[in-house]
Design a protein around this ligand. Sequence first.
Ligand code: NAD
Length: 426
Amino acid sequence: MQANRTTSDDPTEEPETALETARKQLRAAAGHLDIDPDIVERLRHPTRVQRVTVPLERDDGSVEVFAGYRAQHDAVRGPYKGGLRYHPGVTEEECIGLSMWMTWKCAVMDIPFGGAKGGVVVNPKELSTDEKERLTRRFAQELRDIVGPTRDIPAPDMGTDAETMAWFMDAYSMQEGETQPGVVTGKPPIVGGSYGREEAPGRSVAIVTREACDYYDYGLDGTTIAVQGFGSVGANAARLLDDWGATVVAISDVNGAAYDPDGIDTDAIPSHEEEPEAVTTYATNTIGNDELLELDVDVLVPAAVGNVITAENAPDVQADVVVEGANGPTTSAGDAVLAERDVPVIPDILANAGGVTVSYFEWLQDINRRKWPKERVDEELESEMLSAWNDVRAEYDDRDVTWREAAYVVALSRLAEAHDARGLWP
Ligand code: NAD
């Protein structure tokens, strides 16, 4: 997941928090638009940040107290939406920054949600399953007044998963006295989760990569692609692109990369979920993750962690196009170098937005009490991604901006128009 601060060891690169990045991107997009500055000022701040205390009875009978947060950024276009992470590095400021990113992501996709993010400052690896369940139920209770299917809809993030969402949904439903599957997304399908949710961010990365190749006049056939990270996003994107005719020459996990200039059989190597960190074990030829980023390929898809393309290595990126699968894989300084070199970067808020889009489909299925077959999920995702891609492409074609700026212009225009239409309640 995206780190709180840049990890580049380039001394010229100032560390930047998620909040600083979000505000910087807001300011940059506002500079391209004629928007009421009061609306921009409102968007610089979250509507609310709930800080809670989560006491947990450990398995040995002792009690430990953890801090938890829920930042709700902007709900002008619909209920707040965003993940809950369990990680020792969670901070209030990080939650605010990431909640703003969710606002932009939902707006660029034209999904009727606003942005939120939350979490508990805890190392989930140090909790037993029972402890994680008790922590989740108590956290759900502490957030009960501000979440709900029409208020704020959490989802899994770092350190949380479908099981965590099922516990959260159960705790909330028990207190409400009725089953409310729409309070969270990313649940197991048996309790209201959507088919295709797990694969969705990777699928959207693949769709956007296909469209970018088309825009720059490459057919997918014969296009060479390197994918960093072989987890939920990277493996699904790599396998779809492989199926659609691209030549995936490199894939990687935290230990290193498999590389074959003739193409890798992406089904022959287990994904992170199938067998964690096994890419190099199954590879016939390996290279380092740094080398992967600098391969001479048509498309580079960083889909592992944040801040991997920096001012230091951006001059050596040889790919013709970068498609951001991870959240925040390019630092601001790295982004500036790529822009200077005319290397197009298709931004995360568009490329991996399949996750929140299928979360929206899940919520629709929950409130309508009607499950969609996977084929319908995939078809509707394809249609939403094409629509968002075309909106961003139109801004890119019309203005002298990068793809990232074009995506922010689309998002901010929608937010500003909605704020303008609703006005300011006294
Ligand atoms: P994951 O845990 O399923 O997989 C991560 C993969 O990256 C693993 O293969 C891991 O070995 C590899 N990895 C970890 N550290 C690495 C490093 N330093 N260098 C190279 N590889 C490394 O994670 P995921 O769900 O696929 O998420 C990946 C990125 O996509 C994150 O930035 C996440 O925020 C973002 N994202 C995820 C979703 C989602 O729903 N899963 C949605 C949108 C964005």
